[in-house]
Design a protein around this ligand. Structure first.
Ligand code: GKR
Ligand code: MG
Length: 431
C-alpha cells in the first residue's frame, strides 16, 4: 500500500451544538443537539473530515470502526462496509423503533450502521482528495453543475427555549401565517432562496394551509413545499393536496408508510409526493416505487450510507422515473460540504435541496458556507474544501462532556415536555 494513503489514526469528537426551538409533529428541538465529528489521519498527516449523527446509539459502532481502521487505505471505501459488518456488532433493530419518533423513518440495525459509516466514508473521500489534490466531486465522477440550489426551510418556532441558560437567536417566534411569511422574507432576502419548504404537522392542517396560502400570496410563483412528517391521515392528506394543488411543488410525507403514501398518491390530483420517511433504505424501494407511493425521494447521504451510495440511489431513481432531491437534518458545515459535492455530480437532481444550515449559529469549520442566490458554489479545492476550526470543536466537545446526559440524544418529545409537562408522544396520524 502507498504509505501516503495509509490510515494512521481516527479521532472521534462528539459535540453538542446550539439548536433553536423549531417545532415539528413530535415536539420541539432541544437547546443543544449532538453531532459526531470524524477525523481520519493518514501516515503523512493528512486529515480527512466527516460528520454524522452524534446520539449515543451511533457512538458505539463509530468507536468500534475507528479502532479497526488504522493500517487500512483511505481508498478502501468498499472495505469500510465489510469492516463495519465485522466489528460493529448488530444493534437490536426491533428495539430501535422510529428515528427521532419516526421523523427520519424506521431505524433498522442496517440503517443505523449506514448512518455511522457515512461519516467515515466522507472522511475517507476527504482524505483521498486532499492527498491526491482533487475535490471530492472528482472522486465521485466529476461535477455536472457548478452551483447547487438549496431551499429555504421554514419552521414554526418559539422565540426562545424555555428555561434559563439556553441559547437565543434573533429570529423571533413564528406561530401563524404572518410569522411564517416574515421568516420567509428574511430567508429569501438574506440567502436568495428560490423555493420554500414549511415544516408542518405542528398545527391543525387548516392553519398550515393558511400559512402556505399566505406564502403563495407573498411570493407569487415561488415553488412551495409542506412536510408534516407523516402526521396526517389519508383523508386529511388528500384534502390538503386538493386545496393546495395550484401552489405546491410537492407535498412531503403527508401520511405514514407505503400504504398511506400510496393511498394519498392515488388521489393527490397531480401533486407529487416526496419522502424522507417512506423510502429511506434500499429495501423500501421496490414496493414503494411499484405502487407509485412516492414521486420524489429526498436522499440523505447520512442514512443512505454515504456519497457513493447516494449516487447509486440517484441511478435507481432515474431508472424508475422517480425524482430526486435532498433531505436535511440539523447539521454543520462538514456535512453541508459533503451534500454539495454529491449534489453536484448527480445529473437528475430535480429540485433545490433542503438544508437546516441557516438555523445553526455554530460551526466547526473555519469559513462557514455562504449562500448566494439561494445556492452554494461547488468547491474545487482538494477534498471537501473545508478546514476544521479546532478551537470551536474543542468548545463544543467541552459542552458535550459537561452535559449531564440530557441532550446527548435528540429527543423532541422530552424537549416539548419542558414547556408542556403533559405532552405525550403524538399518536400518528395526529390529524
Ligand atoms: O428538524 O424537526 C426537524 C425535521 O423534522 C427533521 O427532523 C426531519 O427529519 O427535516 C426533516 C424532514 O424533512 O422530515
Ligand atoms: Mg421531510
Amino acid at each position: 500500500m502507498n504509505t501516503a494513503l495509509r490510515i494512521e489514526e481516527v479521532r472521534l469528537t462528539p459535540i453538542l451544538i446550539a439548536d433553536p426551538p423549531l417545532l415539528n409533529v413530535q415536539g420541539v428541538h432541544q437547546p443543544y443537539t449532538p453531532r459526531l465529528i470524524i477525523e481520519v489521519v493518514t501516515a503523512e498527516g493528512v486529515v480527512g473530515l466527516g460528520e454524522t449523527y452524534g446520539d449515543a446509539k451511533f457512538l458505539e459502532p463509530a468507536r468500534a470502526l475507528a479502532a479497526a481502521l488504522p493500517g487500512r487505505s483511505v481508498t478502501d471505501v468498499n472495505g469500510l462496509y465489510r469492516l463495519a459488518a465485522e466489528v460493529c456488532g448488530r444493534p437490536d433493530g426491533a428495539a430501535l423503533g422510529g428515528d427521532v419518533g419516526g421523523l427520519r423513518g424506521t431505524l433498522s440495525a442496517d440503517k443505523l450502521l449506514l448512518s455511522v459509516l457515512s461519516g467515515f466514508e466522507v472522511a475517507l473521500l476527504d482524505a483521498q482528495g486532499r492527498t491526491l489534490g482533487v475535490p471530492v466531486h472528482a472522486l465521485l465522477g466529476g461535477k455536472v453543475r457548478d452551483r447547487v440550489d438549496y431551499s429555504a426551510y421554514l419552521f414554526y418556532r418559539w422565540a426562545e427555549h424555555p428555561g434559563a441558560d439556553t441559547p437565543r437567536d434573533d429570529w423571533g417566534a413564528a406561530l401563524d401565517p404572518a410569522g411564517i411569511v416574515a421568516q420567509a422574507r428574511r430567508f429569501t432576502e438574506r440567502y436568495g432562496f428560490g423555493s420554500i419548504k414549511l415544516k408542518g404537522g405542528v398545527f391543525e392542517p387548516d392553519q398550515e394551509i393558511a400559512a402556505i396560502r399566505a406564502l403563495a400570496g407573498a411570493f407569487p410563483g415561488m415553488p412551495l413545499r409542506l412536510d408534516p412528517n407523516g402526521g396526517w391521515s389519508v383523508e386529511t392528506s388528500v384534502r390538503v393536496a386538493h386545496e393546495l394543488r395550484d401552489v405546491l411543488e410537492y407535498l412531503e410525507d403527508p401520511a405514514s408508510g407505503t400504504d398511506g403514501m400510496a393511498a394519498v398518491a392515488a388521489r393527490a390530483e397531480g401533486v407529487p409526493l416526496a419522502t424522507n420517511m417512506c423510502v429511506t433504505t434500499v429495501q423500501e424501494i421496490p414496493e414503494a416505487f411499484a405502487r407509485g407511493a412516492v414521486q420524489v425521494v429526498l436522499s440523505d447521504h447520512h442514512y443512505w450510507g454515504g456519497l457513493r451510495r447516494t449516487v447509486e440511489l440517484a441511478a435507481v431513481c432515474r431508472t424508475f422515473g422517480v425524482g430526486l432531491s435532498m433531505h436535511s437534518n440539523t447539521h454543520l458545515g462538514i456535512s453541508l460540504a459533503a451534500m454539495t459535492h454529491v449534489a453536484s455530480v448527480v445529473p437528475n437532481l430535480d429540485y433545490a435541496c433542503d438544508t437546516h444550515y441557516p438555523w445553526q449559529s455554530e460551526d466547526v469549520i473555519t469559513a462557514p458556507h455562504v449562500f448566494e442566490g439561494g445556492a452554494l458554489t461547488v468547491s474545487d479545492a482538494p477534498g471537501l474544501g473545508v478546514e476544521l476550526d479546532r478551537e470551536a470543536l474543542a468548545a463544543l466537545h467541552k459542552r458535550w462532556v459537561e452535559d449531564d446526559g440530557r441532550m446527548r440524544d435528540r429527543d423532541d418529545v422530552a424537549a416539548m415536555r419542558v414547556a408542556h409537562p403533559d405532552w405525550e408522544q403524538p399518536v400518528m396520524p395526529r390529524w
